[in-house]
Ligand binder design. Sequence first.
Ligand SMILES: [Zn+2]
Length: 300
Amino acid sequence: MTWSSSEQAAIRQDIFAWLERQEVEYGGYEFTRDFLRTGYSYNGQTIALMDRQNGIWNPRGFDATLSITKTLRTQYADDVDGAVQKYSYERLPDRPLLSGRNLKLRVAAVLGEPLILFQEILPTLYLPRYPIYIVSDDPEAGYVQVVLDESMRLFNDPLELTAQQRQYAERVVKVRLHQKSFRSRVLHAYEAKCAVCTLAHPELLDAAHITFDSHANSTTAVNNGLSLCKIHHSAYDRRIIGIDGNYMVHVREDVLAEVDGPMLQYGLQAMAGRILHVPRRVQERPDSQRLHDRFTAFTA
Ligand SMILES: [Zn+2]
């Protein structure tokens, strides 16, 4: 099967739209390799979105690379969260650097094709980032550099950001990328259930921060998160419900005294006194001190 270049461009856009639907419409918060290899089809034909084992994926019939994968083993703490990331060519013993899968990666660089970066966030679970673009290709050193956001391509030189551009890039990375990865890790830890009511619809779940994101001592560790449905997330942020350091749910007194329909009665009032549903792994459970600090603000 070969695709014309305009078909290839259409397929890429269709894949991005498909990934977005998985994330938004179906609440997708984690993608397995198996799903990414078999879940997507175009005009009835399945097109894998990542390779079975390699990092660079060039689907049959494509002129340029479609996706690159950073595994837990190959990503380095210092560049994973950066706005510009390095990605090494595939290195095989007895093969020149400029051969094999690397060739189509270089084509993607020349054509400026939008790609997907799959980042392994937990063993065999991947977070897609798209579209990403290659902004430099160094065949001597054997790596490309990619920007994780389309807007950054418009900078004169994405590799030499001005102070203002760097600030912008950091904000983009924080908002688009860190939050997405936080949600994935938190929902995974809670098996995609609301910690308060155990509602199990990922499309209705958020990862709430216990210590607000804007606080200096906030963190994106799972134990600063709670998987909450939209109602309980808003109710927690608006101090309609509070959660103490022993994981017990409290409902504000004036709300407990109200008389109204089933959402108030079952959705809020009935939650008073419940104990949070928490992750199985102890280190992923909500930090009691952080909960307590938030609870102090609730009772104030
Ligand atoms: Zn809930």
